[in-house]
Design a protein around this ligand. Structure first.
Ligand code: GCV
Length: 697
């Protein structure tokens, strides 16, 4: 089953302002502002401040004339204006070090707030930081504090098709209407929406985007050559917000576009073709970001066809991009999607590690190996991918999914920041060692390839609320913020999003709105986990569209995602002792923890072990009783979410309230279906009744 369709946007409908409504600029817009510096991004800052001031009574100048409340200044644009108080510039920066291309320093002294940056993007990020702070940016004395992004590239991948795909539609795994870039084979041409999108992205810290699906069809392939102007137009619109454009390309491009007889990465003609093609891309888009490649995966072409490996393939494209400062995001999502379910020796979860770990150290410096956060496929619960610990000499990107393919398709309220936070905080080498976020962050890596990216598949379309579900905007917001600083607390990020999206000044009862949004969203990912596949076993989704239950939907399929439930038990044996050996892909302590039935965390038990239904979890419950309990609890939690939300009727924008109400009704219907199908399935398999005697069908 596929999720219900989202109502199409009308041509005239302006999109919802998301977390940047005019009221969010009130504190900034009421000030006397001096802006010091030049350049296109500084002009963007000027326009933002000017618009806010026009609405809220302040003023902005580019040369000092009288008293000011706020100075935004580029440090290298001549001497700082005299109105900058000495205290703001001489105060020590506790973090030390240069601000870099995107950092900024914030201080407040003698009644003047000061934002200093060494590069224009820093001023832009400083501006949006002030917006988040609101009045707090203009109170008291504040010692200088440096803010820098932890990760150099914070990127969204759009799986948008230029031409409508017969099965996947305009946006693969898109749940928010059509594409904001493309429509029926042509550019959509909605420049205002793209500008607004760039602005939303910049305000969270996102600085890179890819504009087409990683599954590259014949029309999409042309973006690299004869339809490059379409890409250039998007780049022009996003550039003022510091967002660089990347392109998904097909590995077979030399054949399908260049007319060559081969795409062999070691062929001189192929290398020349990529170099000259890439040169033309940079001549047209000088700040082009680079290529994204899905190769030898789910039918996409790749180096295996020529007997070459993925280092050969990635380095070919990296070589073409290197002279121009571009990067290739080479995806590690490579596995056999034509498996035989009878063959227990093939384990899809092993595949990325088996393919890529032996290649560590062979990738060029401008290759970023893009690894899905878990070993299978964006499930609501998986262990962290073992590839992350296995490739110290490779630059990595961790890939998340903001689009809710497996988490309710933007019909279910499912705030994903707590899940991403857990992934980023995971310590692959044990509690005293570096976290995933540390591996990606610039400063902490020991190897030559320091620093990596955080990438996510976008959840945005031409829907008036951008994301189908208005509350799914919180996921987009939180992704950007976590990519800027992975240590941020998901609940605090939700507060930021609430403050901006639902400004207190526009509400009669802001406390109730905040409390309700927390009640609905804080635990919503765990609620989703409770009513879907149990204990990390994954999938069990309807294969047709990945929406709703299909317990055996993939059990006998070629895709390699099985749960092996029988009358005695359930789960995948991935141990070294008796299973596929995948536990051995982890370094200690996790290789032992996951191998051990006693130590394996409950939430991942069925990912790593096949156990009888009577197996007792750390929680004290048996597996079968846990399945029943969590499924009843999950649906009860959705009922509570719906009832809480109903209390906001008449208190917020009715369009938002109605849309969320509609979605919660569908979430409840679907969660009930999940509960009843999963519980009935396991009751029929096991014959074990619910200890609490509830109705199972
Ligand atoms: C773009 C999953 C999705 C596919 C997606 C693929 C990928 O398998 O269901 O739609 O293809 O991941 O990440 O490449």
């Amino acid at each position: 089953m596929t999720s219900p369709a989202t109502a199409p946007a009308t041509a005239t409908e302006a999109p919802h302002p998301a977390w940047l409504p005019p009221e969010a600029f009130q504190a900034l817009g009421a000030r006397r502002v001096l802006l010091h510096g030049d350049g296109p991004l500084v002009d963007t800052v000027h326009d933002e401040v000017a618009r806010a001031c026009a609405r809220h009574g302040g003023r902005v100048e580019r040369t000092a004339a009288g008293a000011v409340d706020l100075v935004l200044a580029l440090r290298d644009s001549g001497p700082l204006p005299e109105v900058v108080p000495a205290g703001a510039t001489t105060a020590p920066d506790p973090d030390g070090g240069p601000l870099g291309d995107e950092g900024f320093l914030l201080a407040r002294s003698d009644g003047v707030t000061v934002v200093l940056a060494d590069a224009p993007a820093g001023l832009l990020y400083g501006l949006f930081h002030l917006v988040r702070l609101g009045e707090a940016a203009f109170t008291g004395e504040q010692p200088a504090r440096a803010h820098r992004p932890a990760l150099r590239r914070r990127m969204l991948d759009h799986w948008d098709n230029v031409a409508v795909h017969p099965v996947m539609g305009q946006v693969e795994r898109g749940y928010a209407g059509g594409s904001i870039f493309w429509r029926d084979g042509r550019p959509r041409g909605d420049r205002d929406r793209l500008r607004a999108y760039g602005r939303l992205l910049a305000s969270t810290g996102v600085n890179a985007i890819s504009v087409n699906n990683v599954n590259v069809g014949p029309t999409e392939a042309l973006l690299l050559t004869e339809r490059l102007d379409d890409v250039a137009e998007i780049a022009d619109l996003l550039r003022p917000y510091g967002v660089r454009v990347h392109l998904s390309v097909t590995f077979a491009a030399p054949v399908v576009l260049g007319g060559l007889s081969t795409a062999d990465p070691l062929d001189d003609g192929v290398r020349d073709w990529w170099q000259s093609t890439t040169r033309r891309v940079y001549a047209r888009i000088p700040d082009f970001g680079g290529y994204v490649v899905k190769a030898d995966s789910e039918g996409q072409p790749g180096p295996f066809s020529y007997g070459r490996d993925h280092a050969d393939g990635a380095n070919l494209l990296a070589g073409a991009l290197a002279p121009h400062g571009g990067v290739v995001h080479w995806r590690a999502f490579v596995y056999n999607h034509r498996q035989d379910w009878r063959d227990r020796t093939t384990d899809r979860a092993r595949a990325a590690y088996d393919h890529f770990a032996p290649l560590d150290g062979r990738f060029a410096d401008n290759v970023v190996l893009q690894v899905k956060f878990g070993p299978v496929d964006f499930q609501p619960r998986e262990p962290v991918s073992p590839v992350i610990a296995a490739m110290p000499a490779t630059r990595l990107a961790v890939e998340l999914q903001v689009t809710q393919e497996y988490t309710g398709q933007q019909w279910h309220a499912c705030y994903l920041a707590p899940w991403w936070h857990e992934v980023l905080a995971f310590r692959p080498w044990g509690p005293a060692e570096r976290s995933v976020a540390d591996v990606l962050a610039d400063a902490s890596g020991p190897g030559p390839r320091r620093g990596g990216d955080l990438v996510a598949v976008a959840n945005v379309g031409d829907d008036p609320f951008w994301c189908g579900h208005p509350l799914a905007q919180a996921n987009l917001y939180a992704f950007g913020r976590l990519a800027w600083d992975p240590r941020l607390d998901p609940a605090a990020l939700l507060d930021e999003w609430i403050d901006l999206t639902f400004p207190a000044a526009t509400l009669d009862d802001p406390a109730l709105v905040r409390e309700t949004l927390h009640a609905v969203l804080d635990d919503s990912w765990r609620t989703y986990e409770r009513y879907t596949a149990p204990l990390g076993v994954g999938f069990m989704v309807n294969p047709a569209g990945h929406y709703g239950p299909g317990v055996d939907g993939y059990e006998y399929s070629r895709w390699g995602t099985y749960h092996f439930a029988d009358r005695d038990g359930v789960g995948v044996d991935r141990t070294r002792a008796t299973g596929t050996g995948m536990t051995g892909q982890y370094p200690p302590p996790w290789s032992q923890v996951y191998e051990s039935l006693e130590q394996c965390p409950d939430e991942l038990l069925l990912f790593f072990h096949h156990v009888p239904y009577s197996h007792v979890l750390h929680s004290g419950s048996t597996v079968i009783q846990h399945i029943y309990d969590t499924h009843f609890a999950g649906v009860a939690e959705v009922v509570a979410m719906r009832d809480r939300w109903a209390r906001l009727a008449g208190m917020i924008d009715p369009a938002v309230h109605d849309r969320v109400t509609e979605r919660l009704a569908e979430q409840l219907r679907c969660a009930t279906e999940w509960r009843d199908q999963v519980n009935t399935y396991f009751f029929r398999k096991s014959g074990v009744p619910d200890a609490r005697g509830r109705r199972i069908h």
